[in-house]
Design a protein around this ligand. Sequence first.
Ligand SMILES: Cc1ncc(COP(=O)(O)O)c(C=O)c1O
Length: 409
Amino acid sequence: MSLTSHGEAGLERGRVDTQRYEHAVMGTFGTPLRVLARGEGSWVWDADGNRYLDLLGGIAVNALGHAHPAWVAAIAAQASTLAQASNFFATEPQIRLAERLLELAQAPAGSRVFFANSGTEANEAAFKMSRKVGGTVIALEGGFHGRSMGALSMTHKEALRAPFAPLLERVVFVPLNDVDALEAAVADAGEDLGGVILEPIQGETGVRPVTHAYLEAARALTLRHGALLILDEVQTGVARTGAWFAHQLHGIQPDVMTLAKGLGGGFPIGAVVAFGERAGALLGKGDHGSTFGGNALACAAALATLDVIEADGLLDNVKAVGEHLRSALADVPGVVEVRGEGLMLGIGLAAPASAAVAAAAVDAGFIINPPSPDTIRLVPALTLSTAEADLFIEWMAGPGSRIITEGTA
Ligand SMILES: Cc1ncc(COP(=O)(O)O)c(C=O)c1O
């Protein structure tokens, strides 16, 4: 199987559709790279019929790839039975999904789940939980938790924050992996500390892992001060790292974990898992809500996603294909390191060439992402095969490598 460059001739229809997009859709995302028409497994096709190997997976969302038959069937069956019931009522998929998440998270008695519709919303709920404990939240430099005002207040990047000031008060940022700085910030907050929020591996900032020692310190400090350890597993959760949840790789348990992205396998859903009696009871009747949260259709999509991950042994596939990519890409000239876990990989480049590499890659039929100038991120479907991974490795060893080392393919 080989890919050929799509070239100029094959992008006519897409150019027209891109103009239509720009005239009708708000410009928050800039010009789209392509207009995509359909997908199957790890492959997508654009409006002109060109095929791409999707190594971005809707940004760590399409856990089962595109149009997985079991996922499609589960959504169709639920849609034709009962989609939305309002939270005055419960549905079986909602109850079952909550039970399943608590089981996969090995959550103790008293633990509870709140359902939202996105990662941002899950983090908003977690933020409200921390306010029930204390007024100060400690977050990490480089952390990303979403763009609504609460989630943005815990997101570090100044360019995202500045236009929307004033943001919420009493969010303190500390440098990544600096235990002393965390200890000092916890001491400063004193009795007012509500929680510490962090991603086990920072995704949007370029796949930067939090060290085991730092996670252990964050766990110990929050326990000692009666504050919440909130792990944002929106990107790292649901098998992405080769464990059901990334914190399980570290043998620690948070008080609160937020999920979204891969949970619905492409259907929008977010969730907050509150561990234990205390966290499980922080938000009581009337404290929070969502019209769509826990919608039966979304929960059926999530249950199907979890079922396939388990039945098809995808945790093992993630570890095997992730390791294969990691070791092969580390040998590519111009690549200085490969960070991350499982199928959440950041390829560190010797030069600030990630945008150029990503642009050339899409022309060559590979969808990848440059979260920072010297990092390429891969967050493909958990079903990606070694043979599919090899297509990208081959391209990176040739044109990709030349763009990094020589400035041109
Ligand atoms: C770690 C993390 N938290 C929160 C979010 C926001 O999630 P959503 O875009 O579903 O609102 C993202 C999205 O990239 C994320 O990576």
